[in-house]
Write a protein that binds this ligand. Structure first.
Ligand code: GDG
Length: 464
């Protein structure tokens, strides 16, 4: 960042990488939010003098920008109604379900779209205001679909990248959205558009050809003015070394032992950790466990299923319904199976510190990741990183992006309940040699491509 607060490298994301906390003296302080993206980008921000543009999380409040850990924080204000229409509405009740195979019906409302456009314009303006001449701007995710083209309009001198963290759907689904052409053209403002999988990139190229009439050869689109846009896959990863170090930390190991004890020292611990989201396949997974216990294929005296569902988007209708459904389902299973004081499903609707997450990963004999559709799924990779000893097993949905890389997982179709039940039992009872062989191959994959490789690959291709 130079003296007049212009930045040479900017990240633009819906949320800032900081959370407001209260220190010991009761004063408000900003702390770095945990997460792979921040970890991966902080070194680049520090090296290049960067800025992070995003919302600070409180509606109807405007705060001044400030410096944090050597880079600039640029807050974008959002009003209460904008949070409802831009964030909860168009982002999370239109685009989110549409981009996840319509596993819940997407809602189309013209007012939401208008607000979405206005908020995207505000983010683009905020970035344009702080970007140095010729700076690089990396825009993140589906909430900011229109920012690349809005920003190019304001600042044609910038180099603009965009990364979509969720799947990009095929034409048959994408065509439903009334503003499909505007959405595609929003992304065409970038120089480089990144997707989790090659399939997302080719869906996008096909749609750009069809809706905007642009020409494309391989991964390169040529715009009418001759400008080139590349669309490619950059599968995201995790800080695997960081997770391994956490799992090996004596305090975490102690917490893990305590956790196992609290669960009644069962022979087999199955674990699920997800944001409470209808794309994660929780209903199917819990039903499968209910049947396995009911039919004595799993013995409640020996096996426990620990499910953590992190609170998420709690004001969106589908999410409220999901929470009630899961409460009901878990309650019903626990009241029928297992013993008094000894539930077969240990269910927590809560979020936990990273250390507790590592402790949970390390005690799990079988990690169960069964989304109906998922861009990547970092939980699957974090589990592998927390098992440096080859113990453990991963049951993974074929509809998670991670399944393309973690081919040695026990792969399931979460819609096929019988198939999933069979595979869950197999993952738990396979010979140690079989399980170790699979874990070893997956560990190699996870440790050889970490989050900083992902960021560096993208930024290299963007010309940084
Ligand atoms: C989107 C895409 C893509 C969860 N609960 C707690 C907690 N977490 C952390 C996990 C993990 C992250 O949240 C969840 O990431 P996922 O990839 O599993 O899923 P989404 O939130 O849907 O993420 C997804 C991802 O973006 C990245 O591109 O992989 O496909 O949907 O890191 O550890 N962390 C803490 N406490 C919790 O209770 N500390």
């Amino acid at each position: 960042m130079n003296s007049d607060h212009k930045a040479d490298f900017l990240v633009v994301a819906n949320r800032l990488p900081v959370d407001r906390k209260t220190d010991a003296d009761g004063n408000p302080v900003w702390r770095t939010s945990p997460g792979g993206l921040v970890t991966a980008l902080e070194p680049v921000m520090k090296r290049k003098g960067g800025a992070w543009v995003g919302w600070h999380g409180a509606p109807d409040e405007t705060i001044e920008g400030f410096e944090h850990e050597g880079y600039q924080i640029v807050p974008v204000p959002l009003g209460e109604q904008e949070v409802e229409e831009f964030y909860e509405g168009f982002s999370n009740a239109t685009l989110w379900p549409l981009y996840h195979d319509c596993v819940a019906p997407p809602e189309f409302h013209r007012e939401w779209w208008d607000t979405y456009k206005a908020v995207n314009q505000r983010f683009a303006q905020a970035a344009a205001d702080v970007a140095e001449q010729g700076a690089t701007v990396w825009v993140q995710d589906y909430q900011l679909h229109l920012v690349p083209s809005m920003l190019r309009e304001l600042r044609p001198d910038l180099r603009i990248g965009f990364f979509l963290h969720i799947p990009f759907p095929p034409k048959e689904l994408f065509q439903q959205v009334p503003w499909r052409k505007e959405l595609v053209e929003g992304l065409l403002g970038a120089d480089l558009v990144g997707f989790q999988l090659p399939g997302g990139a080719s869906n996008f190229i096909r749609l750009a050809r069809r809706l905007s009439g642009v020409e494309a050869l391989g991964d390169t689109i040529t715009m009418p003015d001759g400008r080139r846009v590349r669309a490619r896959a950059y599968p995201i990863s995790i800080d695997a070394d960081g997770f391994k170090a956490l799992a090996e930390d004596p305090a975490v190991q102690e917490e893990a032992a305590q956790l196992r004890e609290n669960l009644g020292n069962p022979k087999k611990i199955f674990l699920g950790i997800d944001r409470l989201d209808y794309t994660k396949g929780l209903r199917q997974r819990i039903r499968a466990f209910g049947e396995l216990f009911r039919d004595d294929e799993l013995d409640p005296a020996e096996s426990v299923f620990l499910q953590v569902a992190t609170p998420s988007r709690e004001r969106v209708e589908e999410y409220k319904k999901l929470r009630d459904d899961i409460d009901l389902l878990v309650g019903r299973i626990n009241s029928q199976e297992g013993d008094i004081g000894n539930p077969v499903i240990a269910y927590r609707h809560d979020s936990f510190p990273r250390t507790t997450m590592a402790a949970m990963y390390s005690i799990a004999d079988v990690m169960v990741v069964t989304p109906l559709r998922d861009g990547m799924n970092l939980v699957a990779k974090e589990y592998i990183a927390c098992h440096p000893d080859d113990e453990g097993a991963l049951v993974l949905s074929e509809f998670a992006g991670a399944a393309k890389e973690l081919k040695q997982a026990y792969i399931v179709n979460p819609h096929d309940l019988n198939g999933m039940k069979k595979t869950l039992v197999k993952a738990a009872t396979d010979s140690p040699k079989q399980r170790a062989r699979r874990m070893k191959a997956m560990r190699k994959q996870v440790f050889s491509h970490q989050i900083d490789d992902w960021a560096n690959d993208f930024l290299h291709d963007l010309g940084v």
